[in-house]
Ligand binder design. Structure first.
Ligand SMILES: Cc1cc2nc3c(=O)[nH]c(=O)nc-3n(C[C@H](O)[C@H](O)[C@H](O)COP(=O)(O)OP(=O)(O)OC[C@H]3O[C@@H](n4cnc5c(N)ncnc54)[C@H](O)[C@@H]3O)c2cc1C
Length: 408
């Protein structure tokens, strides 16, 4: 890989945290050439995690979530093309075609287009409101503001975003009810056992979480919506939010020649093709863990920022990261903090090593084939941080339990 030259033009598609952090890091690493950041949202880059937390609860204005303040934008020297969508990519000529009919001829292209909220629609309602971006939270906040205090608000999906949204809706003096299709929320993320340990969090916080819910229809009513279920029962609510995971919109890359397989497939250096890279939520990348490599697409804020830094350094200096990647994720829900380190599979063995279910704080260790693969904690940030070294090198479960770094 030859390093970027000042005569180059780097085009970044997607103005989320990955795209923006890439722009800033590239400049910090000394790149002085042309740099264009394209984003289909009309807003300067902002952070998504506060949307379901501080912004939806009314504690922050959206401006507080801004990443690219006017000063930082000027300092970046990047040309911003906001409110336009990339509609086609010519890989061989590193040229991006835009929805306004213009095109950007780059020497290098970064694809940082993230994910979408998975849409959910019903025969009588059409697509329901979701929570992924600035405009979603603005619209939802306006609807919530229009409701009487104590109105019921239904959140479909008890995953991370759904639980956070329900917590924030309660903070606004409304009554959220979470409808989860599975037997327990978060089974797919943390596995059977740990999801059972997390099961009562909503109820303990005064939020009703109904599981095994099968919705048939959602119909608009004068005072909100009426939800009907497969057992014939129904539920009235002031409004409804769908938080049922994410999806990808990569149809615009059809015919580009890039390999698409649950994301844009990239190599160890985030290269999807010559001088075309993909980072963040959209990248199907190589996770280098202590136990070896595995391919995955991971929707974590820290992964997006980490990718941005690694790619910027690779393109400016050829420097390859040799460090082990330890994915990190957090979620603030029902008055608690859930944190995850590593990349455990839901089917991995899990053992609670610190705290207890009754205490409402604990640390759990995941392992596969006798080796530690990840850590999940409930409101135990210190124990989690102390245990991170267990993921930096291959560590047997036996040795982890003997060392017990969480208790130091
Ligand atoms: C409500 C919410 C709460 C979250 N909370 C947490 C949390 O607590 N902890 C955590 O670790 N992670 C959290 N996440 C996940 C985290 O925000 C994402 O991992 C992160 O935003 C990914 O960054 P990204 O830049 O890859 O993608 P995105 O942030 O999705 O940015 C991609 C941008 O590209 C734009 N785009 C897409 N296609 C095109 C195109 N063709 N042309 C131009 N622009 C395009 C999109 O509109 C978007 O603006 C949360 C996500 C959401 C939605």
């Amino acid at each position: 890989m030859s390093s970027l030259l000042s005569s180059d033009h780097v085009v970044v598609v997607g103005a989320g945290v990955a795209g923006w952090r890439f722009v800033e890091t590239l400049r910090r690493e000394g790149y002085e050439g042309a740099l264009t950041l394209v984003g289909d949202e009309p807003h300067a880059p902002y952070d998504r995690p506060p949307l379901s937390k501080q912004v939806l609860s009314g504690k922050w204005t959206l401006e507080k979530a801004t990443l690219a303040t006017p000063e930082r934008l000027v300092a970046s020297g990047a040309a911003l093309r906001l409110g336009v969508r990339a509609t086609r990519l010519d890989v061989a000529n590193t040229t991006v075609f835009l929805s306004d009919g213009s095109q950007l001829e780059g020497t290098h292209v970064v694809l940082a287009t993230g994910a979408l909220a998975r849409p959910l629609s019903f025969p009588s309602s059409g697509a329901l409101a979701t929570l992924r971006n600035y405009d979603d939270v603005t619209r939802l906040s306006a609807v919530l503001d229009s409701l009487e205090p104590e109105s019921v608000v239904v959140v479909i999906g008890g995953g991370f975003v759904g639980a956070e949204a329900a917590t924030s809706i309660k903070a606004r003096g409304l009554v959220p009810i979470v409808l989860e299709v599975a037997a327990r929320p978060l089974i797919g993320a943390v596995g059977e056992k740990a999801s059972a340990w997390l099961e009562g969090l909503g109820a303990d916080f005064g939020i009703e979480v109904r599981t095994n819910q099968r919705l048939i229809d959602v119909a608009p009513r004068e005072d909100g919506v009426e939800i009907t279920f497969d057992d014939g029962s129904s539920l009235r609510a002031g409004t409804i939010l769908a938080a049922v995971g994410s999806s990808l919109d990569l149809a615009w890359l059809d015919g580009s020649g890039l390999t698409i397989d649950d994301g844009i497939v990239v190599d160890r250096d985030f290269q999807a093709a010559k001088n075309v890279a993909a980072i963040g939520d959209v990248a199907h990348f190589v996770v280098t863990g202590a136990m070896g490599e595995e391919r995955a697409r991971i929707e974590h804020w820290e992964i997006a920022t980490d990718h941005a830094g690694q790619l910027a350094r690779f393109w400016t200096s050829g420097e390859r990261s040799t460090a082990v990647t330890i994915p990190y994720f957090w979620s603030d829900q029902y008055g608690k903090k859930i944190q995850m380190l590593g990349h455990p599979h839901p089917s991995d063995d899990v053992v609670m090593v610190e705290g207890s279910h009754d205490a409402g704080k604990w640390l759990a260790l995941y392992s596969r084939d006798g080796f530690v693969t990840g850590l999940v904690s409930l409101s135990q940030p210190r124990a989690l941080a102390l245990s991170k070294p267990l993921l930096e090198e291959p560590t047997s479960l036996k040795s982890a339990l003997e060392r017990a770094p969480w208790s130091t």
